[in-house]
Write a protein that binds this ligand. Structure first.
Ligand code: FE
Length: 205
């Protein structure tokens, strides 16, 4: 069985935002989709390590901002490669506005936002699946939605691999971070995107 077969599934990309107890945060997810039309429901799946996960658990509300092909890598860095537990991602962030539910959505590098209220949550171990009803939505731009494949091919910078003669490096397939060394420690966590060693591939020297 080739585990890379899972890479053939296609995904969109979204900034997921929520707020509780006066705190706002947001993170990047690739797991939002409509599941029923009448009533209009969407699902999202969120890693429990994300601060935004806890805010949704607390408030039962979230927005998704749909990332477009105009999204910059900086936007991914801002929402994806740092934790809302350590950084307030909305203080000094200009490209956002509040929707009717009082939560932020992102206005640049996005083409739409959807506001939703959680109906059910299902514990999946590392992640929670939220089933939510759509309360409101709006269009922001005509730019096409960014797929995960588009992010990989056209938004993520091509890391020039620093290959000193004969040196082996490991590259994070999610964000492009380069680890130099013959062997990558099994418990290595990518310092940029927090993905595990299994998301690194060896780049031979
Ligand atoms: Fe990474």
């Amino acid at each position: 069985m080739d585990k890379k077969t899972m890479y053939k599934l296609s995904y969109g990309l979204f900034v997921l935002t929520s707020s509780a107890n006066g705190k706002d945060s947001g993170c990047i997810i690739n797991t939002a989709g409509q599941v029923t039309v009448e009533p209009n429901r969407i699902t999202i799946v969120v890693n429990k390590d994300n601060f935004t996960h806890d805010l949704i658990k607390e408030s039962g509300k979230f927005n998704i901002s749909v990332l477009s092909e105009e999204a910059s890598f900086d936007l991914f860095r801002h929402f994806g490669f740092q934790s809302g537990r350590e950084v307030d991602k909305f203080t000094r962030y200009a490209a956002c506005r509040k929707s009717k539910n009082g939560l932020y959505y992102v206005t640049e590098g996005t083409n739409a936002y959807i506001s939703a209220t959680v109906e059910q949550s299902i514990d999946l171990g590392s992640h929670t699946l939220f089933i939510a009803s759509v309360d409101d939505m709006g269009d922001l731009s005509d730019a096409p939605s960014a797929t995960y494949a588009y992010y990989q091919s056209s938004i993520k910078p091509k890391a020039e691999t620093p290959k000193a003669a004969g040196k082996t490096v490991w590259k994070c397939v999610i964000c492009g971070y380069i680890y130099e060394g013959e062997e990558l420690p099994a418990d290595f966590i990518c310092p940029w995107c927090k993905h595990p060693a299994s998301d690194f591939e060896k780049v031979p020297g």
